[in-house]
Design a protein around this ligand. Structure first.
Ligand SMILES: [Zn+2]
Length: 431
């Protein structure tokens, strides 16, 4: 849904989770390597036919979503529909700010309805068909409307900023907007865990006291104040398992889905938490915000350069000739989406690198290779993932290292057995 586009950008930042991802065919079995005496090597399981089907249809859906996300806004501008919404907003709003706000409310509502069948299929029907969802229709519908409202309110509050910059600085607006994206994303990251996420699921302290005590001890070793571990009741939505780091500054926290606690053992959960603590300690959220802002600026520059000749070429169809006219919003989205597709492999490669380092951090702080490798096997099976997908999936969709690679690394990474220095030892407090 495009109303949530501003928040959607943050999906990249907020995706710093342990989550397994669905991938492609070619399962190469785990090969030979040194084995610890006490811990057997964990083989990478072959993906099930169901997982392969989920993976392949997921790739098709990815293409459909991207084509859809460009085609629909293009139709809005090409058919002159966007200009008509602007005329309506001008008639009703009169003042500059209200014209932008009214335009956005109408645009968000209309595109929400257009997107609804696709959202319903992929968010509800498909997840149930693959046995990955527990969600009632009422909960799904409530979450959709909640997301629409949040996206609309965010747009009304902030969309005027780039349009003001477009009006005041037609040549440099993309640069200033890209700069302002930094405090904006920081603000969203700050409020998301306390104001937004609780609108979708209940958050609370951990219920398993023994596990919590061990997690707090681990957190203390990693230099994190322990009160920042939360449990979220995701079992009303999904059977998939996950944990993630969210927030910024005083709202930064580690969150465990309640589903993961029933599927993983105590030791596996500690390795997963070690991974999340790695994101936390290594400042990955902060670094991703900076990288994301740079990519947003680059995409806005593409919008800036390409929109000019499009507006001249199609001036009779578009019904606007100035990007500072709010009717340009769908055109901006078309060009922004196209540019994003090009930079996606770069953004994902950075994220995969952060995830790999978080895996290393988790292994170094727990030294539990077997728990790590078997946890990834469980993630693969529970989330219907494919362990060794093809290059398309890796470069355009995978924000985590491929599960096959993560299992191999978990088996093999043991510098402490060879008395070699650890990469992150300096972060660990002495026991
Ligand atoms: Zn992670």
């Amino acid at each position: 849904m495009r109303a949530a586009l501003l928040l959607g950008l943050l999906a990249l930042v907020m995706a710093s989770s342990v989550e397994a991802q669905a991938p492609d065919t070619s399962a190469a079995p785990g090969t030979t390597a040194s084995q610890s005496a006490s811990q057997p090597r964990v083989e990478v399981p072959e993906p099930t036919p169901l997982a392969l089907s989920y993976h392949r249809s997921g790739n098709i859906l990815w293409v459909v979503n991207n084509v859809w996300g460009i085609a629909i806004p293009w139709l809005f501008v090409y058919a002159g529909f966007s200009a008509r919404i602007r005329d309506w907003a001008r008639g009703l709003g009169r003042k500059w700010f209200f014209v932008i706000a009214l335009y956005f409310v109408a645009f968000a509502a209309i595109t929400f309805l257009i997107d609804l069948p696709l959202s319903y299929y992929q968010g509800f029907v498909r997840e149930h068909a693959y046995g990955l969802s527990n969600q009632t229709f009422a909960k799904w519908a409530r979450d959709e409307v909640t997301a629409l409202l949040i996206g609309t309110i965010t747009g009304v509050l902030f969309l005027w900023v780039p349009y003001l910059l477009l009006a005041r600085s037609p040549r440099r607006w993309w640069f200033y907007t890209g700069l302002l994206a930094i405090p904006f994303i920081v603000l969203v990251a700050l409020v998301q865990p306390i104001w937004i996420d609780p609108l979708f699921n209940r958050f609370g302290p951990m219920r398993d006291a023994a596990l919590e005590a061990d997690i707090l001890a681990l957190a203390e070793r990693a230099g994190i104040e322990g009160s920042r571990v939360f449990e979220v009741a995701k079992s009303e939505d999904t059977t998939a398992v996950n944990a993630y780091v969210a927030g910024f500054g005083s709202t930064k926290r580690i969150v465990l889905w309640d589903t993961i606690q029933s599927k993983l053992t105590h030791d596996q959960l500690l390795v997963v938490m070690g991974h999340e603590m790695g994101h936390y300690v290594l400042g990955h959220i902060w670094k991703l915000i900076l990288i994301l802002s740079a990519l947003i600026m680059a995409a806005l520059y593409v919008v800036h350069r390409a929109s000019g000749w499009l507006m001249i070429r199609y001036r009779s169809r578009f019904g606007f000739t100035d990007l500072a006219d709010v009717a340009s919003l769908p055109l901006v989205l078309v060009l922004f989406s196209a540019a994003s597709l090009v930079v996606t492999p770069l953004a994902l490669a950075v994220q995969r690198d952060f995830e790999h380092e978080a895996d290393r951090f988790g292994l170094e702080i727990t030294r539990d290779n077997y728990a790590a490798a078997t946890a990834f096997v469980t993630l693969q099976q529970e989330n219907l993932a494919v362990p060794r997908p093809g290059p398309f999936y890796k470069w355009w969709r995978a924000n985590h290292p491929l599960l096959g690679e993560r299992i191999d690394f978990s088996n093999d990474y043991r510098p402490w057995e060879r008395h070699e220095p650890l990469v992150y030892e300096r972060y660990f407090k002495q026991r």
